[in-house]
Write a protein that binds this ligand. Structure first.
Ligand code: FES
Length: 104
């Protein structure tokens, strides 16, 4: 499945994601290092913040209280904000587009 990532500079990249990886891992494994993902995916840093395409928002798993609290620490949270390490990527999300959040 394809994952489309928009970088902070507005560059759009199309990535091949593997089932069983999180959206954060797909982005990191493609070498896009502006998504810091400092905690490595254990939902404790918020540096993997992305804005998801509204079209896909309803297909994503609901957010945990921890994710919700961490998103409050980001400077550009909006209703489409998610932590990308908490989003399992799969064929059902083929074509998902995410925009990397601001560097806080
Ligand atoms: Fe740290 Fe997602 S990588 S919360």
């Amino acid at each position: 499945p394809k994952l489309i990532v928009v970088t902070r500079e507005g560059e759009e990249r199309e990535l091949d994601g593997a089932d069983g990886h999180s959206v954060m891992e797909v982005i990191r494994d493609a070498g896009i290092d502006e998504l810091l993902a400092l905690c490595g995916g254990c939902c404790s840093c918020a540096t993997c913040h992305v804005h998801v395409d509204p079209e896909f928002a309803a297909k994503l798993p609901p957010m945990s209280e921890d994710e919700n609290d961490l998103l409050d620490s980001t400077s550009d949270r909006n209703e489409y904000s998610r932590l990308s390490c908490q989003l399992p990527f799969s064929a059902a999300l083929d074509g998902l587009k995410v925009t990397i959040g601001a560097e806080d």
